[in-house]
Design a protein around this ligand. Structure first.
Ligand code: HEC
Ligand code: HEC
Ligand code: HEC
Ligand code: HEC
Ligand code: HEC
Ligand code: HEC
Length: 431
C-alpha cells in the first residue's frame, strides 16, 4: 500500500512540475514580449537587438558573452553614467570604445523592465519569428504588421484550475490510501472508492461561493478574450490577404514612368481622392490630355499607347474620334476591401493628412501597380491605435482636445490617437 501512495504522488508531482514548467515558459514569453515593446520604444533608435549592426550604439547580438555577469546589465541600462563614474572597468572600456553617450533611463525603466529586455534579447530574433509564423516579414514601414503574443488571461485561469484539480486529485488518493490503511489496521472494511467526479461535486457543494467567483472570472476572461480577438480578425486570415497582388493590366501603364520620372501628381489622375471616399481611376480622356500629342513611348513604342486610342476610338493619323469604335478600358482593381467595410480616402488624406505611400507603398517606383498593405482589419486598427489625429486648425478637435486635456490634467500626457475619437468602433468601419 505504501508503494501505491508513492506512485500516485510521484505521478501527480511530475504532472505538476510539467504544468508549472509550461506556465513559467509562457510567462517568460510574455516577459519577452513586454521587453520587445520596451526595447522598441527606448533602445531601438540606437541599438539593433539581434544583429551586430552598428547604430549610435553597438548591435546587441552576443551581448551576454561579452558583458560582466550578474547585476551589471541592470546598473548599465538604468544609469550608465553612474556606472562609468563609479569606475566599472567594462563600462569605462565600452565608453572609450564607442564614445557616444547612452541615455540614462533612471526613473523610466526599473529592474523588472531590464529583466524583460534581457528575456527579449535572449529570445529569438522577432524578424525570424514573423517569417516562421507565416506572417508578414517582408514589408517595410507602416504597412508591416506586428505579431501579437503574450499569455491570454483565460489560459492563466484555466491553468490554475488544472493545477488545483491535480492537487486535489493527489491529496484525495493519498487520503483514501491512508484512510484505507487506518481502516485495515482497525480491522474495518476498506472505504468504497468514490469516483473523482463525485468528489468534485461534493467539494463544489461545500464551496459554493468560491465556485461562483471562479465562474465569474472565467466568464469575464472569456468575454475579454473574445473582444480582443475581434480586433485581430484578419490576422488569422493573413493567408488570404491580397498583399503583393499586382495583376497584369490591359495597358502597360507605369506609375514609375508617369508619377516617378515625369512627376505627374497623383491627384492629376486620381482626382477625387481629396474630395470623396474613392480615389478613382482616371478615364481614358485624362490620358488623352497628354497622349493626343505623345504617340510613342520609350519602351513599347506605339503599341501600348495605341491601345489608348483604340479605347477612345481615336485615329492618330487623322486626329479624329470615331465614337462607334470606342472600346472602354477595363482596368483590373488591385485593392479590394470586402463590401461590408467602409473606407474613406478624403478622411485619411485630407483630414488625417496621411500620405499615399503610408498605405500604398512607393507607387512612384512601380511599373505595375501592386497592393503593398495587407488591408486586414488588424492593419486598420493598429494604425488607429498608434496614429495621433492632426489637430491644428480644426476647430472641432481643438475643442475636444481642450476638454480632454482638462479632464486628464496632471494625470498623464494625453496622446490623442484615432482610437480616442472612436476609430475602433465597429460601426465606423462596418455597415
Ligand atoms: C541614444 C542612444 C542609445 C540609447 C537610446 C540606448 N543606448 Fe545602449 N548604448 C549606446 C551607446 C553609444 C553604447 C556604447 C557605450 C557608450 O558609448 O556609452 C551603448 C551600450 C549599451 C550596452 C553595452 C553593449 C556592449 O556591447 O557591451 C548595452 C547592453 C546597452 N547599451 C543596452 C541598452 C538598452 C537596453 C537600451 C534601452 C533601454 C539602450 N541601450 C538605449 C547608446 C544608446
Ligand atoms: C497619369 C495618371 C496617373 C498618375 C499620375 C497616378 N496614377 Fe495611380 N493609377 C492610374 C491608373 C490608370 C491606374 C489603374 C491601372 C493600374 O492599376 O496600374 C492606377 C492605379 C493606382 C492604384 C491601384 C488602384 C487599384 O486598382 O486598387 C494606386 C494605389 C494608385 N494608382 C496610386 C497612385 C499614387 C499614390 C500616385 C501618385 C504617386 C498615382 N497613383 C499617380 C493612373 C495614374
Ligand atoms: C500629364 C501627361 C500624361 C498623362 C495624363 C498620361 N500620360 Fe502616359 N505618358 C506621358 C509621358 C510624358 C510619357 C513618356 C513619353 C516618353 O518618355 O517618350 C508617357 C508614356 C506612356 C506610355 C508608354 C510606355 C512605354 O514605355 O512605351 C503608356 C502606355 C502610357 N503613357 C499610358 C498612359 C495611360 C493609360 C494614361 C491614362 C490613364 C496616361 N498614359 C496618361 C504623359 C502622360
Ligand atoms: C489610410 C490608408 C490609405 C491612404 C492614405 C491612401 N489610400 Fe488609396 N486605398 C486605400 C484602401 C484601403 C483602398 C481600397 C479601397 C476599397 O477597396 O474600397 C484604396 C484604394 C485606392 C485606389 C483604387 C480606387 C479606389 O478609389 O478604390 C486608388 C487609385 C488609390 N487608393 C489611390 C490613392 C492615392 C492617390 C492616395 C494619396 C493621395 C491614397 N490612395 C491614399 C488606402 C489608402
Ligand atoms: C496609416 C494609418 C491608417 C490606416 C492604415 C487606416 N487609417 Fe483610418 N484613420 C486614420 C487617421 C489618422 C484617422 C483620423 C482622421 C481624422 O482626423 O478624422 C482615421 C479615421 C478613420 C475613420 C473615421 C473614424 C472616426 O471616428 O471618425 C474610419 C471609419 C477609418 N479611419 C477607417 C479605416 C479603415 C476601414 C481602414 C483599413 C482599411 C483604415 N481606416 C486604415 C489612419 C489610418
Ligand atoms: C478601423 C476599421 C475597422 C474597425 C473599427 C472594425 N473593423 Fe472589422 N474589418 C475591417 C476590415 C478592413 C475588414 C476586412 C478584413 C479582410 O478582408 O481581411 C474587417 C473584417 C471584419 C470581419 C470579417 C472577417 C473576415 O475575415 O471576413 C468581421 C466579422 C469584423 N470585421 C468584425 C468587426 C467587429 C466585431 C468590430 C468591432 C469590435 C470591428 N470589426 C471593427 C475594419 C474594421
Amino acid at each position: 500500500m505504501k508503494k501505491h501512495i508513492s506512485r500516485t504522488s510521484a505521478k501527480a508531482l511530475i504532472l505538476m512540475v510539467f504544468t508549472v514548467f509550461a506556465f513559467t515558459s509562457n510567462i517568460k514569453a510574455q516577459s519577452a514580449d513586454e521587453g520587445a515593446k520596451i526595447f522598441k520604444q527606448n533602445c531601438a533608435v540606437c541599438h539593433a537587438s539581434h544583429s551586430d549592426q552598428m547604430g549610435t550604439g553597438p548591435g546587441l547580438k552576443g551581448l551576454f558573452d561579452r558583458i560582466p555577469k550578474g547585476d551589471w546589465i541592470n546598473k548599465w541600462v538604468i544609469n550608465n553614467e553612474a556606472l562609468i563614474k563609479a569606475g566599472d572597468p567594462y563600462a569605462k572600456k565600452i565608453k572609450a570604445q564607442y564614445g557616444a553617450a547612452m541615455t540614462v533611463f533612471e526613473g523610466q525603466i526599473d529592474e523588472k523592465g531590464v529583466a524583460s529586455i534581457v528575456a527579449f534579447l535572449k529570445g529569438p530574433d522577432p524578424a525570424l519569428k514573423q517569417v516562421a509564423s507565416g506572417g508578414t516579414g517582408t514589408t517595410a514601414g507602416p504597412a508591416a504588421e506586428e505579431q501579437k503574443g503574450g499569455i491570454e488571461p483565460l489560459y492563466l485561469i484555466l491553468g490554475i484550475i488544472v493545477i488545483l484539480a491535480i492537487l486535489i486529485g493527489a491529496f484525495r488518493s493519498v487520503r483514501t490510501s491512508m484512510q484505507n490503511a487506518a481502516n485495515r489496521a482497525e480491522g474495518k472494511a476498506e472505504n468504497p472508492d468514490i469516483t473523482f467526479g463525485q468528489e468534485v461535486r461534493n467539494w463544489m457543494a461545500g464551496h459554493r461561493r468560491l465556485v461562483g467567483v471562479f465562474i465569474i472570472i472565467i466568464a469575464f476572461g472569456g468575454m475579454k478574450s473574445c473582444w480582443d480577438a475581434c480586433y485581430n480578425i484578419g490576422v488569422y486570415y493573413d493567408w488570404k490577404t491580397q498583399k503583393g497582388y499586382k495583376p497584369e493590366q490591359p495597358i502597360k501603364f507605369s506609375h514609375k514612368l508617369h508619377a516617378g520620372e515625369n512627376e505627374i501628381a497623383c491627384q492629376y489622375c486620381h482626382s477625387s481622392v481629396e474630395k470623396s471616399r474613392h480615389a478613382g481611376i482616371p478615364s481614358v480622356n485624362i490620358c488623352m490630355n497628354c497622349h493626343k500629342g505623345i504617340q510613342k513611348g520609350p519602351q513599347y513604342g506605339e503599341k501600348e499607347i495605341g491601345k489608348i486610342y483604340a479605347a477612345n476610338g481615336f485615329d492618330p493619323k487623322t486626329g479624329k474620334y470615331d465614337t462607334s469604335k470606342e472600346n472602354p478600358l477595363k482596368w483590373i482593381k488591385v485593392h479590394n476591401l470586402p463590401d461590408h467595410v467602409y473606407f474613406n480616402h478624403s478622411q485619411h488624406v485630407v483630414v488625417g493628412q496621411i500620405k499615399c505611400e503610408q498605405c500604398h507603398g512607393n507607387v512612384k517606383e512601380m511599373t505595375v501597380a501592386e497592393q503593398k498593405a495587407p488591408l486586414t482589419m488588424k492593419w486598420c486598427i493598429e494604425c488607429h491605435r498608434k496614429t495621433e489625429v492632426v489637430m491644428e486648425g480644426n476647430a472641432y478637435y481643438d475643442r475636444l482636445h481642450k476638454a480632454l486635456k482638462e479632464k486628464y490634467a496632471g494625470q498623464y500626457d494625453v496622446k490623442f490617437t484615432v482610437e480616442k475619437i472612436g476609430g475602433l468602433e465597429c460601426g465606423k468601419c462596418h455597415y
